[in-house]
Structure formats: C-alpha cells, structure tokens
Design a protein. Structure first.
Length: 197
C-alpha cells in the first residue's frame, strides 16, 4: 500500500470529481492549520505530496490524491479560520456540504483536532454533522509531540469527554516525529478490505 501516490486534481463541486469508477474515498477534515496536509504526507511517506503552509486557510479546494490506483485520499478546506470573509466561509461550507452529503464513496472520515487546543466548537459541530450524515468517523489528535506527558494525558481526557469517545477511537499523531502512521494505515486498510469483501 502507498507505492503509488499522486496528486490528481482540485475541485469545488462533486460533479467535477475524478472518481468516475467509484473508488473508496478516505477524507481528512479539520480546522485550518490543524495539520491535514502534513498528515497526508506522513501517511503516504512523501514529503511534498500535499502542499503544507504555516499560514492557515491555504487549502481552499477539495484535493484528490490517487493511491495505488485503488482509492483516493481527499483533503478538504479547513474550517474556522477567523480571517476569512463571511462569503468565503459560506462558499467553503457549501463545498463541504456538496462533497460530504449522500456520498457513498466515503469509507471513513478522519476528523483532525489539535491535541494542544482540544476540540473547538467548530470541531464539535463537524463531529455532529458527520454523525448526522452517518459517516464512519475516526478522530485524529494531531501535533501530540507539542505537549508534555502530563498535558497529553489531560488533552486525551478532554478530547474523549468533549466528543464522548473511548480511548481506542482516537489516534494520536505527530507528523514531525512520525507517530500514528501505522494506526491510521490500519484503519484505512480495514475500510478498503470491507469494500473488497
């Protein structure tokens, strides 16, 4: 898995999706600057597959990455960036709604939250929305290397309590220290295998 990893296209409407043969789609969601692009690079073991930026709000389209000609990783615009205009926020919200609603190709939605910040109100709204859409969700706590051990334990408790989760339904990652890659790949493999069976 992840022998062939390539950027395919960026879209703002599902009607322009490259997925004409209904391959499984693995989607990554989260607030601006939570580390979606860095996580995709970690998972694929490619440094520059997904473009990263220190500036929040840089991903403004839905980006498709072809993996082994068998499924897609999908990186969507981050939400909650305060400096975006109201019109931009509404437009990105429509992109997301259009992509996520009644999309049978989505096999798992990885919802990324910042370990240090914890789940924001926007994260909680997105979590509830994904539940409403009945999409399989896996929460990923990013940047877990940015907190010390005692703070990490507090952060884990906060994430579990705010999202009403068990500990095994959260994956803690660090793109910098390459933590969490195996666990995410295992989730992806499980979902892809379900599709084959």
């Amino acid at each position: 898995m992840f022998e062939k990893c390539e950027y395919v296209t960026s879209i703002v409407s599902r009607k322009h999706s490259p997925n004409n043969d209904n391959r499984p789609e693995i989607v990554f969601l989260g607030r601006s600057n939570v580390g979606k692009s860095s996580l995709i690079n970690l998972i694929t073991n490619r440094k520059m597959l997904a473009k990263t930026s220190a500036l929040p709000g840089k991903t403004v389209t839905i980006n498709f990455y072809n993996i082994d000609d068998s499924f897609y990783l999908v990186d969507v615009p981050g939400y909650g960036y305060a400096r975006r205009s109201k019109e931009d926020k509404e437009r990105y919200g429509k992109y997301l709604e259009d992509y996520l609603t009644d999309n049978p190709n989505i096999k798992v939605a990885f919802l990324l939250v910042d370990t240090k910040v914890g789940p924001t109100n926007d994260d909680l709204l997105m979590f509830e929305y994904l539940l409403y859409l009945e999409l399989p969700i896996m929460v990923v706590a990013t940047k877990s290397d940015k907190v010390n051990h005692s703070s990490l334990e507090k952060a884990k408790k906060q994430i579990r309590e705010k999202l009403n989760l068990t500990d095994d339904s959260v994956i803690y990652t660090s793109s910098f220290k390459k933590i969490g890659r195996a666990e995410i790949i295992e989730v992806i493999q499980d979902e892809i295998e379900k599709e084959i069976i």
